[in-house]
Design a protein around this ligand. Structure first.
Ligand code: GUN
Ligand code: ZN
Length: 431
């Protein structure tokens, strides 16, 4: 296969505190993998036969990663007036019912993946609905695009409408069948997905723990300590446990492959347990603001816990990780800390890959990584063009992108070296 070179400004992260930036740079790929990146002149000379795509002054960066998002909730973004529990009951549960129809799953997954790519997101950890067919539909569409995606069937067997409930036993059987069908098939990865402690019986949480024991390399995702009324309800349902986190701990759900959405209201003792068990947090800024859940303290780390950043659509209000960073920055401001542009772009690329234990495959441009990358256009709108024209440093340009940017700042998205989205020419992502 031929070597391809993409020229432009290149930025990627080697760690939380180290990045490489080549203002006149090149990214070299071959067979969907990164060969190297560096200075344009020397790489063009080293690979004279390469097929060259010039992105001008635009910024070439690893694809962004969204660590917590619900694909079946596209139709409940911007649902008015409620906090978490009423929002779930009044808007979200009824909307998820439609996914009993596999065709709804297929068309929505296709639309959703197209939106992710258009927004520069190349990997996401995704919730399906309770219906196993919603996950089949998602993985079928993702496989067709060859995107690296993580997804799971929601397990929920109480405190929800009957039409949306499974049982402890059926949820275990259905999840296992999906694991057998999809986990590590191509780039697809399975996530055991008990919705949250409120909607699972002790028997179902036991089943979730058993799935993790039976399949040690799958993931787990759920929600934790998002909202005060939610926490009070969990304490009522599990009076024998020391608190919300202890419910998940008791059923064996903590660990490095487990990502807990929100965690807005964990105390320092909880954070110590999260840290000791290697458990992960997904910080969902647009959702926490929209649902009035609270201000997550990103930089409050009494014990080190891996925190990823996520959209949580449909509680969240945008699939754009740039817009997600915009709101994350503002939450940090309200907490009296600053989310620097370099930290922000580290987090939505390598940082999120590390949190999902995928940094050996995606997240930066070290040799051998899967060539998922994006081309950002700091002049995506006339106002952005005006503002970014005044920027005199990389940091300023990145800050402009994360505060003002959205899908209009994404010029192109590449998956395994292939262009799946080009803002100039495409209406939808092409497999
Ligand atoms: N807690 C349980 N289910 C959900 C959900 O779908 N969205 C959010 N934001 N929180 C939840
Ligand atoms: Zn969520």
């Amino acid at each position: 296969m031929s070597i391809k070179i993409h020229t432009g400004q290149i930025l990627h992260f080697l760690s939380a505190v180290t990045h490489e930036y080549f203002p006149s740079g090149a990214l070299v790929t071959e067979d969907g993998k990164v060969v190297t990146c560096g200075d344009k002149e020397s790489l063009l000379a080293r690979y004279p036969q390469a097929d060259i795509t010039d992105h001008g002054e635009r910024l070439i960066m690893p694809g962004m990663i969204d660590s917590h998002v619900h694909y079946p909730q596209l139709d409940v973004i911007a649902s008015y007036g409620e906090q978490l529990l009423d929002w779930l009951n009044n808007y979200t549960f009824p909307a998820e019912n439609a996914f009993k129809d596999p065709e709804t799953g297929r068309s929505t997954a296709q639309f959703f993946l197209n939106e992710l790519l258009k927004n520069g997101t190349t990997t996401a950890m995704v919730y399906g609905t309770v219906h196993p067919q919603s996950v089949d539909a998602f993985f079928e569409q993702s496989s067709a695009l060859n995107t690296r995606m993580l997804c799971g069937k929601v397990m929920m067997d109480r405190n929800a409408p009957e039409y949306l409930c499974d049982t402890a036993e059926s949820s275990q059987t259905d999840s296992q069948a999906l694991i057998d069908r999809w986990h590590k098939k191509g780039r697809q990865l399975y996530v055991v997905t008990p919705r949250f402690a409120i909607t699972s019986t002790p028997e179902q949480l036991t089943a979730a723990g058993q799935l993790l024991k039976d399949n040690p390399d799958v993931y787990l995702q759920t929600h934790l300590a998002e909202n005060k009324a939610e926490i009070a309800f969990v304490e009522e349902l599990f009076p024998e446990r020391k608190g919300y986190l202890d419910v998940y701990a008791h059923y064996g759900l903590l660990g490095p492959r487990s990502t807990f959405g929100h965690c807005v209201h964990l105390d320092d003792q909880d954070l110590k347990i999260m840290s000791d068990t290697g458990s992960r947090i997904a910080f969902c800024p647009t959702s926490n603001l929209f649902l009035g859940s609270g201000l997550f303290r990103l930089h409050h780390q009494p014990s080190p816990v891996s925190v990823s950043i996520a959209s949580d659509v449909g509680g969240g209000t945008s699939l754009s990780m740039l817009q997600t960073l915009n709101e994350a920055y503002k939450i940090c401001q309200l907490n009296g800390t600053s989310l620097s542009p370099l930290e922000a772009f580290y987090r939505v690329t390598l940082g999120n890959a590390e949190s999902l234990l995928l940094d050996d495959r995606i997240g930066n441009f070290t040799p051998g990584k899967e060539a998922d990358f994006i081309v950002l256009n700091p002049a995506g709108t006339p106002l952005m063009e005006r503002r970014s024209g005044k920027c005199t440093s990389l940091e300023e340009l990145l800050f402009c992108l994360m505060i003002m940017g959205d899908d209009r700042a994404v010029a192109a998205t590449y998956v395994m070296g292939n262009c799946l989205w080009n803002a100039m020419t495409d209406n939808e992502a092409k497999p």
